[in-house]
Design a binder for this molecule. Structure first.
Ligand SMILES: C[S@@+](CC[C@H](N)C(=O)[O-])C[C@H]1O[C@@H](n2cnc3c(N)ncnc32)[C@H](O)[C@@H]1O
Ligand code: SF4
Length: 383
């Protein structure tokens, strides 16, 4: 049995709320930061018995904005996690999400000294007008200054997040964003780029602004051109599309996220954090007040638990694996589940292969270009 496990830590504090964002994040609760971090440390220690049986391979500080809070809190969590290591070796990968205008030399130095070795910056766009229209408080210049600081501090593995399409974003502007980030890659150790398709969540400010026509999005045709452009440009710059939304230079795919897509086990700590462990998925409460109260009273803070049976596990495995460039290895499926994938999902696979949405190449099944374009339609066959 695989004894590797990933750890996710949710830091739910932000300087302000971006118009599109649906993550659990608060911009008026700084007075709770100290208590929250202590609770996260307590929650980790409450799981010491489970964790002592596993090798923690990757850690991911996500948010919210982990770089918004004082770095001493991140260092404290890292100290607790190190207590759980069986030996002196480093974790394979420790990532922290950064907002461009909270990148400071002292913080980055603390992160690196505590063992953090991967930095994921939420850039979203290189155009200040566009950034403003989605409620981002930083400019492109702030991002460049942040990169300079990371470089001075010796950061070797940097990832960027970009979103498309965005309100009023033109194909020319998107092209320019891609050119800019690609041109920065050599000087600043940019090894990984995540390009997310904009999700419009109900009840967000963006949802309101779009519905009431204060903002407009590029049409489908423009969006399609953007998608083709980003794949072409990033591939030309040696970024491999190893997952639908993720591109990396050779050897720099995200180990932590690969564990998710390989249906590996992980424990998430903090408000609204999810875990996948022993065939069940757990999600913590999304109320920070309840979270702190429960943890400190020794009460479970899990709001939802879903037990996956074998068929659920197989379906989820297929959907997760098809997100990856290499797709599903049919022998691996057989050794994991003891069943031939073609026996269990004959109708679905026959349909998807004959319609050229999935390619069957020797032992592998993976999405075709058309399959990637309508990936949601493919997933529906397995839900
Ligand atoms: C937790 S945030 C990253 C760190 C930091 N909070 C920031 O925004 O700079 C994770 C990433 O998810 C992406 N994201 C958030 N909301 C999204 C949405 N509605 N649609 C698409 N991508 C989204 C953004 O690219 C964002 O950088
Ligand atoms: S900074 Fe990041 S987590 Fe915070 S509101 Fe914006 S997108 Fe969401």
């Amino acid at each position: 049995m695989n004894k590797d496990i990933g750890i996710y830590i949710h830091i739910p504090f932000c300087a302000s709320k971006c118009f599109y964002c649906d993550f659990t994040s608060y911009c008026n609760m700084d007075d709770k930061i100290e208590k929250y971090i202590d609770s996260v440390c307590t929650e980790i220690l409450q799981n010491i018995e489970i964790l002592s049986q596993y090798n923690i391979t990757t850690v991911y500080f996500g948010g919210g904005t982990p770089s918004y809070i004082n770095s001493k809190y991140i260092v404290k969590i890292m100290q607790v996690l190190k207590l759980l290591k069986k030996d002196e070796s480093e974790f394979k990968e420790v990532t922290i999400e950064l907002n461009p205008n909270s990148i400071q030399k002292e913080k980055i130095t603390d992160y690196i000294n505590s063992g953090i070795n991967r930095f994921s910056i939420g850039l979203q766009s290189t155009h200040d007008q566009i950034l403003k229209s989605i409620g981002r408080k930083h400019t492109y210049n702030d991002f460049k200054n942040g990169l300079e600081i990371l470089s001075e501090c010796g950061a070797k593995n940097i990832s960027l997040d970009i979103i498309y399409p965005l309100p009023n974003l033109t194909l020319e502007q998107f092209n320019d964003t891609l050119d800019k980030v690609i041109s920065l890659k050599e000087n600043y150790n940019i090894k990984h780029i995540s390009i997310y398709n904009l999700e419009i969540h109900p009840n967000t400010k963006l949802d309101f602004l779009l519905k009431n026509e204060f903002l407009t999005l590029p049409d489908e045709d423009e969006e399609y051109k953007m998608k083709n452009l980003l794949i072409k440009k990033l591939e030309e710059a040696n970024f491999i599309q190893y997952e639908i939304s993720n591109f990396s230079l050779d050897g720099y795919s995200s180990k932590h996220n690969l564990n998710y897509w390989n249906q590996g086990q992980y424990l998430g700590f903090g408000v609204s954090a999810s875990s996948f462990f022993a065939g069940s998925r757990y999600t913590n409460t999304n109320s920070i007040t309840d979270y702190i109260k429960n943890i400190n009273n020794g009460i479970s803070t899990i709001a939802e638990k879903e037990d996956l049976d074998k068929l659920d596990m197989m379906k989820e495995y297929i959907i997760l694996k098809l997100r990856l460039k290499d797709g599903i290895n049919t022998d691996e499926f057989m050794s994991k589940f003891g069943n031939n994938i073609f026996n269990i999902f004959k109708t679905e696979l026959d349909y998807l292969i004959s319609n050229n949405l999935i390619i069957h190449n020797n032992k592998n099944l993976y999405l075709s270009s058309r399959g990637k374009e309508i990936a949601n339609f493919v997933w529906e066959k397995f839900i």
